[in-house]
Design a protein around this ligand. Sequence first.
Ligand SMILES: CC(C)(COP(=O)(O)OP(=O)(O)OC[C@H]1O[C@@H](n2cnc3c(N)ncnc32)[C@H](O)[C@@H]1OP(=O)(O)O)[C@@H](O)C(=O)NCCC(=O)NCCS
Length: 185
Amino acid sequence: MNKVGTRQIETDRLLLRRFVIEDAEDMYSGWCNDPEVTRFLTWPVHESVEVTRYVLNDWIPRYEGGDYFNWVMELKETGKIIGNISVVRVREDIGEALIGYCMSRSYWGNEYMPEALKAVINYLFDVAGMNRVCATHDSNNPKSGRVMQKAGMKYEGTLRQAGLNIQGICDSVCYSVIKSDREQQ
Ligand SMILES: CC(C)(COP(=O)(O)OP(=O)(O)OC[C@H]1O[C@@H](n2cnc3c(N)ncnc32)[C@H](O)[C@@H]1OP(=O)(O)O)[C@@H](O)C(=O)NCCC(=O)NCCS
């Protein structure tokens, strides 16, 4: 793995960049305070913007390390921030990155997340030198699986009751891309 950390990525419609503390208000009102967004996530809605600020104050110093990958998604057309995509776990021994993401509900259905995920996958292989990029979702949240499919990830299987989110224990649907998948294309 190359210790490149979170560098800016540009796609057709999005700028993926590092969070700054000034993002707290829009992040809170956009997605962190919406129970529909957090329904299948590991964290509950933020009670106030202070919680969002606290989270950002924890995240931002981590950009100093080369093994921290966490982007805010900014819409190029408007400059508004619309969501978050990050690596939630790195396994350096096998060069694996596990990805997580969420987005403001008012922007759902425009394929912004597949666009972001494709770009992050490319970055993790081509810049960060990963060997395997994976993602999982609760079997009750198939729309997240659609994002993985649209980004070219392969379905690997469903691990029964292997996931945990704020709903409790769930079946975990697993997707991945490995380096050799890309070399075959
Ligand atoms: C999952 C999520 C990131 C999808 O992002 P997106 O940019 O809307 O992705 P897409 O536009 O490709 O839509 C994906 C699927 O979501 C569903 N969807 C789209 N718009 C929707 C809407 N307004 N309401 C409910 N579901 C919707 C559809 O099933 C769609 O699949 P389809 O294109 O085959 O019909 C977004 O819904 C989200 O942030 N959800 C809450 C957080 C979450 O679940 N994160 C993943 C945890 S594993």
